[in-house]
Design a protein around this ligand. Structure first.
Ligand code: S3P
Length: 181
């Protein structure tokens, strides 16, 4: 078993719901780096971007990734932009299993605009969020490619995605590279 299982991927790919269920199945704690940042500043992510700015948010995110990865036997969900930072990628290192959740830009857009959480997504602010999703996905190709496993969530339930990860955990050798299931 790896130290931790770290979920990466764009907003709306299901990191939080998959992370919570996976943690439940493994009986491991679940940690969301965005939650650590919200706790630290005592305000929502959107307000941190507005009041402190993106650079301060990214610095806090780096701390949150370090804190989350310092333990073991945790399921950790990273904010969508976290893997862009080379320090964060290095932090994930060898001993954490990194799982990327993926979906088409249109699906991400649908999920985020249908979402009832009311959560603000500052990276998607602007006139054309779908174009922004496409551009960010493109820009993050390399960052997301650090994943040991990529799971396509298109048309699949949370349960199904968690099942795929668990099955893969049982059978995968430790020295794999990216695999799409
Ligand atoms: C961000 C994604 C968000 C949050 C912040 C920035 C990004 O997390 O960290 O709004 O850069 O893509 P989720 O991926 O959990 O939505």
């Amino acid at each position: 078993m790896p130290d931790n299982i770290v979920l990466i991927g764009f907003s709306g790919t299901g990191k939080s719901s998959v992370g919570r269920l996976l943690a439940d199945r493994l009986d491991w704690p679940f940690i969301d780096t965005d939650d650590l940042i919200v706790e630290r500043f005592g305000k929502a992510i959107g307000a941190v971007f507005r009041d402190q700015g993106e650079a301060a948010f990214r610095a806090a995110e780096r701390d949150a990734v370090a804190i989350a990865c310092a333990g073991a036997r945790r399921v950790i969900s990273l904010g969508g932009g976290a893997p862009v930072d080379p320090d964060n990628r290095a932090r994930l290192g060898d001993r954490n299993l990194v799982v990327r959740l993926d979906a088409l830009p249109e699906t991400i857009f649908d999920r985020l605009t249908r979402g009832r959480s009311g959560e603000e997504r500052p990276m998607l602010a602007g006139a054309d969020p779908l174009a922004r999703i496409r551009a960010l996905l493109e820009a993050r190709t390399e960052a997301y490619a650090i994943a040991d496993l990529t799971v396509d969530t298109e048309g699949r339930t949370t349960d199904d995605v968690v099942g795929t990860i668990l099955q893969w955990l049982e059978t995968a050798p430790r020295h794999y590279s990216i695999e799409v299931i």
